[in-house]
Ligand binder design. Structure first.
Ligand code: SF4
Ligand code: SF4
Length: 86
């Protein structure tokens, strides 16, 4: 995700992901752990979230749309990071 995008397109995509993100309804989410959209490469893990409960990413429209394979992006890093990318 995001490999062939220029910085402007990345920013646009990032905003779309944040808009669709359902992390705010997740039991693992901690208030103030912004920005959400942790799966996206420009966002990734958040230092405020340390305890993993459930991950509801599978129910998020972004998960299917971006063909994501990982979960717990907030604690383990973006899809790209978890796959060994930057
Ligand atoms: S897949 Fe997870 S981290 Fe990514 S936008 Fe959806 S709920 Fe947020
Ligand atoms: S990335 Fe997964 S575990 Fe973390 S807040 Fe979002 S839905 Fe919950």
């Amino acid at each position: 995700m995001g490999e062939d995008m220029n910085p402007e397109e990345m920013k646009e995509m990032e905003q779309k992901v944040i808009g669709m993100c359902i992390c705010l309804s997740c039991p693992t989410y901690v208030q103030g752990a912004d920005p959400i959209g942790y799966c996206f490469p420009t966002i990734g893990k958040n230092v405020k979230i340390v305890e993993e409960d459930q991950c509801i990413c599978l129910a998020c429209p972004v998960f299917a749309q971006q063909s994501l394979t990982k979960t717990f992006f907030c604690t383990r890093g973006s899809e790209k990071e978890q796959k060994g990318g930057a």
